[in-house]
Design a protein around this ligand. Structure first.
Ligand code: GDP
Length: 453
């Protein structure tokens, strides 16, 4: 296989920049662009050792460099690897990469290092996908989930189901194919029990997908309420900077402002909307309209009320608009004397928290309320969750085949019919882990990777 090279650090100036080379000729190619101070060659030293020296091309030496040496199979890709660490200037990095390409390497494709790791059996497909998740994780929960995936927790959960189903399928096949061998008869009740146990784990995995997605992509959240209750102030508090225009005149927030913030570990994709009220001003009307449709499409509404005033008609209209959406009543201005009918609000919302957006108090309670509203409290992201659409689709397929197996069993169909469905369920799981995945599936997994990973 061709020896490949790429810049593995971000395309931005940095303290250190790394060009990674992987393949049979990694050391030879690196020796053509790197000269050590000690005079030793990378081809001569063992894995897990480094040399200090400089890098050069046809125009001479251009930077200092530490070359880290890895020998197959003990490297990220499972191949011979050299990592050249230089000063992270963009010019120098590109010049070094060019020198490696001149010296015989081919430019790596997106995700090619990880793809080789997968092909060399260093990781399965779910672990490869979690590498990408790790790189893009924005919060602690997402990073924990990615780490669990990297460590193979998801893979283990899948394998436990796969083993159960493979045992069932082979037992059923042996019993059907070799009646003379005295294979013990398959007990329908035991078969059902095993299938249901597998079904339970797959259901759990599917249910956890939304959590994984929330941790990764954030929750579509709107801060909404009538004008002047403190929506912009809350938005600014959460984002930590002045994003919306805050004034004490009603109706100044005219459009939807968006920002992703971390509340505790949960990324919220926040929109602060124009005051929800009837207005003659056409520009403001547009904002109101947008905020209405945004409220209707949101996964979570932070419904803000001003505790210093009694509930107004617009507050009631707003509560009607929210209806049964997942929402938290945020009673703002708790630093002032309360004149609001809290008991009434309590009848309309499952959760109610008191905050002072101005003073920044009540954020902890708000964080807990958000976690509760999204059912994130009981989920342990380190247990291994599904985090890509591809993974979910494969588990859904497997679960579908398992449901058919159970239906066939309950419907009194032949055990052959059950076997076929169980085998389909196993196939879908093998595609998920990459044990039996087509090139098209593998291409799809790696097309989202960046070059150098
Ligand atoms: P919006 O129209 O809902 O976005 O409301 P703003 O965020 O513009 O706030 C309206 C007014 O209420 C401003 O004068 C804010 O300073 C004030 N305000 C917002 N939050 C609080 C709070 O927690 N306590 C007090 N006392 N005033 C607040």
């Amino acid at each position: 296989m061709h020896t490949i090279a790429a810049i593995s650090t971000p395309m931005a100036p940095g303290g250190i920049g790394i060009v990674r080379i992987s393949g049979d000729h990694a050391q030879q190619i690196a020796d053509r662009v790197f000269t050590s101070v000690s005079g030793k060659k990378l081809t001569q030293i063992p894995g897990y050792t480094s040399l200090f020296g400089s890098v050069h091309d046809g125009d001479g030496s251009f930077d200092q460099c530490v070359a880290a040496n890895y020998r197959a199979p003990k490297s990220y890709t499972g191949e011979d690897v050299v990592e050249l660490s230089c000063h992270g200037g963009l010019y120098g990095m590109h010049r070094l990469l060019d020198a490696c390409l001149q010296a015989g390497a081919r430019l790596a494709e997106p995700g090619e290092f990880t793809r080789r790791a997968y092909l060399n059996g260093k990781m399965d497909l779910t672990q490869a996908e979690s590498v990408m998740e790790m790189v893009s994780a924005q919060g602690k929960g997402a990073a924990q989930a990615a780490r669990a995936g990297q460590e193979g927790r998801l893979n283990q959960r899948i394998h436990s189901v796969q083993n159960t189903l493979t045992d069932i399928a082979s037992h059923l096949a042996a019993w059907a194919d070799f009646p003379e061998e005295n294979v013990p008869e398959v007990e329908n009740s035991q078969l059902e029990k095993d299938l249901l146990a597998a079904d339970h784990i797959l259901r759990q995995l599917l249910a956890g997908f939304d959590t994984g997605r929330i941790l990764r992509e954030g929750v579509d959240t709107v801060i909404a309420g009538r004008p002047n209750v403190g929506k912009s102030t809350l938005m600014n508090l959460l984002t930590g900077c002045e994003k919306s225009i805050v004034t004490s005149y009603a109706g100044t927030t005219r459009d939807v402002v968006e920002e992703t913030v971390l509340l505790g570990d949960v990324p919220l994709r926040l929109a602060d909307t124009a005051g929800l009220r009837n207005t003659e001003d056409p520009v403001e009307q547009l904002g109101v309209l947008r905020s209405r449709s945004r409220v209707e499409g949101a996964q979570l509404v932070l419904a803000v009320f001003d505790s210093s005033e009694p509930l107004q008609e617009e507050d009631h209209a707003f509560m009607d608009l929210i209806g049964n959406m997942p929402a938290i009543a945020v009673i703002n201005k708790s630093d002032m004397e309360s004149k609001i009918d809290e008991l009434y609000i309590k009848t309309k919302f499952k959760q109610m928290v008191y905050i002072s957006a101005l003073q920044g108090s009540g954020l902890q309670e708000l964080t807990e309320a958000v976690k509760k509203a999204l059912h994130l409290q009981k989920i342990d992201p380190s247990a291994g969750v599904l985090f890509t659409q591809r993974q979910k689709e494969a588990v859904r397929q497997s679960h579908g085949a398992l449901t058919e197996a159970l239906e066939a069993l309950h419907g009194g169909m032949t055990l052959d019919a059950v076997t076929v469905c169980v085998e389909d369920a196993v196939s879908a799981l093998m595609e998920l882990t990459g044990e039996r995945a087509s090139d098209a599936v593998i291409d799809k997994v790696f097309e989202n990777f960046c070059v150098g990973k």
